[in-house]
Design a binder for this molecule. Structure first.
Ligand SMILES: [Zn+2]
Length: 270
């Protein structure tokens, strides 16, 4: 680090002259430009939900006739359900994992990856989805707040590893060797992942967009209201207005694969 002496001289009537002198780091032009760019940098925070993966063929609890419709939430997606019948819960997530592997990112996932690559600012995706379609589309700044089908977790020691396609109650944890492995999914009643990243991101967002979420699952349903209070412009992209529709300044209705690429194009050409 190079240092430079800065000297200031004030003339104050009736007192005389005051000199102020100090050493300060000599900043390179590149460094100053980096600070200026970061200071003015726009931040976009995007919350995605089931609606964006539905167009890749992945269903939700609310789809009639789908995989989820055959099970009640309390039978497959709570810690109590897993304690009661781990084999059933593993079978359920094994099926979902197999479906997610077959699914391909759609135009909406690809558009968001294009936004992250081409936008002159920060783009963070917070997804409620447990598939890896954002990742496979090319997005790098992704928080999977409800966990991931690709992950396995030890209930005893907390070790995480890549889940095999088929998980069973008899699987052993690679770290502690106990038969206490579970899908790395945040079940109902558990604390979502990434809150230490999500909270400051909402507070500093210039734009908050919600894509394909019903606005019924908390805490994610409160993110739009929180981001808006902290100064973000809020945008909803959805098939129909969500339960928290009043929290949005702007709304685009339609299939995600159509409205998201258009919205991204507008942002990139603005
Ligand atoms: Zn373990």
């Amino acid at each position: 680090m190079n240092w430079v002496r800065i000297t200031k001289h004030w003339k104050i009537p009736a007192i005389g002259s005051i000199y102020f002198s100090t050493l300060a780091p000599k900043l390179s032009f590149d460094f100053i430009r980096k600070i200026q760019r970061n200071y003015g940098m726009k931040k976009i925070v995007i919350l995605t939900g089931a609606g964006i993966s539905a167009e890749s063929g992945l269903g939700t609890f609310r789809d009639e006739g789908g995989l989820w419709a055959k099970h009640r939430i309390e039978d497959v997606a709570t810690p109590e359900a897993f304690a009661r019948d781990p084999a059933l819960v593993h079978r359920f997530y094994n099926t979902r994992r197999a479906q997610a592997v077959q699914a391909q990112p759609n135009a909406a996932h690809l558009a968001l990856a294009r936004l992250e690559a081409g936008f002159d600012g920060d783009v963070l995706i917070i997804t409620q989805n447990v598939d890896d379609l954002h990742d496979r589309a090319g997005s790098r700044n992704v928080v999977q707040m409800h966990g991931a089908l690709t992950g396995a977790l030890c209930q005893v020691c907390g070790f995480r590893w890549k889940a095999p396609m088929e998980m069973r109650p008899s699987d052993t944890c690679p770290a502690c060797k106990k038969q206490t492995t579970r899908p790395d999914i945040v079940w109902f009643g558990e604390v979502p992942y990434g809150m230490s990243v999500i909270d400051p991101a909402l507070a500093s967002a210039d734009i908050f967009a919600s894509i394909g979420t019903s606005g019924q699952v908390y805490p994610a349903a409160a993110y739009a209201q929180h981001a808006r209070r902290m100064g973000a412009r809020t945008v909803e992209l959805n098939l129909e207005p969500s339960a928290n529709a009043r929290d949005f300044d702007q709304r685009f209705l339609g299939p995600a694969s159509e409205i998201v690429p258009r919205w991204v194009d507008d942002l990139l050409t603005a």
